[in-house]
Design a protein around this ligand. Structure first.
Ligand SMILES: *[C@@H]1O[C@H](CO)[C@@H](O)[C@H](O)[C@H]1NC(C)=O
Ligand SMILES: *[C@@H]1O[C@H](CO)[C@@H](O)[C@H](O)[C@H]1NC(C)=O
Ligand SMILES: *[C@@H]1O[C@H](CO)[C@@H](O)[C@H](O)[C@H]1NC(C)=O
Length: 355
């Protein structure tokens, strides 16, 4: 049976036919549901407005009788604020000692402004293995970048021994625990070595909520891989990092621990945030093949039962007992002692061949 109600419109007369009705309604429902769910996800990580960035930061020093350092955020569209690392590359020819002297970096990669008191105190924790070219470029670049922000900071490069597959979560937890022994930093930034911030407004201090810093990257053509993406560079107040019990130690191989971290943040009632895209852009440094964790999805699902494990169950050996300070960073070698997997990952390359 077919009822044609609106002959005069462009609408297909089939629209209200029994046979097609259910199909079309179904289609519309699916599309609506998809759009709604998509939007729910899109809003999962809230963006802070450009004008609210500064007041969202949590200072560690608020003593106004001191000569506190200042920083002025530039306008959102300030093209001058962008740095092109590829142009800047040739300005880094010096050896680490000469470079450190020029910028007044103290051994172990510690720096603070000399003519004012820093408002923010930050430990920058870099997970690392086998990426020397990226590391030496990253370290120099980030020292120059942070110099303009007038914060007090120290760079920790946390390297994993060769014994096992890379466990980014575990060595970041270890980095947190090691940095805490040095100083009560008011902010911890967990930062991959293969991305560098490209806008001066990307301030390296903590916000009131965990912040996903590396929103847009050149390697993904300035597109978010998915809305709750929480990888690359994230900042945490120590109380928040401890509240979520840090990263999971269960992910050996590449991937998974970042998604699990996001789940932990949300599970503990925290609402992660981002700075506007204009401030949150990064350049990617050339990538090498990494080992994909083939159990990722299973561990990620099961991870929801493992929030009680993490920072407080991180077991490791400090491989170097001496204080292994480089001129531009603190280098700590870690040997994981927890959750060594029986199964190991497969490489990206093998994975692509299987497709
Ligand atoms: C603030 O700084 C001044 C000058 O350095 C110092 O004398 C004072 O004790 C500080 N106040 C607090 C509350 O730390
Ligand atoms: C950090 O603060 C805690 C508690 O206030 C204190 O026990 C500890 O010694 C401090 N650590 C450092 C390295 O200053
Ligand atoms: C670690 O912290 C969780 C809560 O986040 C707690 O349930 C668990 O008992 C703690 N484990 C240890 C070994 O302290």
């Amino acid at each position: 049976m077919c009822v044609i109600v609106q002959k005069q419109t462009e609408m297909s007369p089939f629209f209200l036919c029994d046979k097609y009705f259910s199909f079309q309604v179904y289609l519309i429902l699916v599309i609506t549901l998809f759009t709604v769910l998509r939007n729910v996800h899109v809003e999962a990580i809230k963006y802070i407005a450009h004008e609210d960035m500064e007041k969202n930061l949590v200072p560690s020093n608020t003593n106004t009788s001191q000569n506190l350092c200042t920083f002025s955020f530039s306008t959102e569209s300030d093209i001058q604020g962008y740095v092109n690392p590829h142009y800047n590359y040739p300005i880094f020819p010096e050896d680490p000692q000469t470079f450190a002297k020029k910028l007044n970096v103290k051994p172990g990669g510690e720096w603070e402004p000399s003519d004012c008191k820093a408002r923010y105190s930050v430990a920058l924790i870099i997970p690392y293995r086998d990426r020397l070219t990226q590391l030496s470029f990253f370290i120099r670049y980030i020292h120059i970048f942070l110099y303009y922000q007038q914060i007090q900071y120290r760079i920790y490069v946390i390297e994993q021994t060769q014994h096992y597959f890379f466990n980014r979560g575990l060595i970041l937890n270890a980095g947190y625990l090691e940095a805490k022994k040095d100083k009560n930093y008011s902010c911890f930034i967990f930062h991959d070595v293969d991305i560098i911030p490209s806008h001066r407004n990307n301030y390296y201090a903590c916000s009131q909520a965990p912040r996903h810093m590396s929103v847009l990257r050149t390697s993904t053509y300035y597109r978010l891989p998915y809305p709750t993406y929480f990888d690359g560079a994230v900042s945490f107040l120590p109380e928040h990092f401890e509240k979520i019990n840090g990263f999971s130690n269960k992910f050996y191989g590449s991937g998974g621990e970042d998604e699990d971290l996001y789940n932990r943040v949300v599970h503990h009632g925290l609402e992660p945030i981002r700075f506007p895209n204009s401030a949150s852009t990064y350049s990617s440094l050339a990538h090498v093949d990494s080992i994909i964790n083939k159990d990722k999805d299973a561990i990620l699902q099961a991870g929801k039962n493992f929030y009680h494990l993490g920072l407080n169950s991180t077991k490791y050996d400090r491989h170097y007992l001496s204080n292994n300070n480089e001129p531009l960073f603190t280098r700590i070698m870690i040997r994981p002692l927890e959750g060594i997997p029986e199964v190991v990952g497969i490489s990206d390359c093998e994975k692509n061949q299987k497709k």
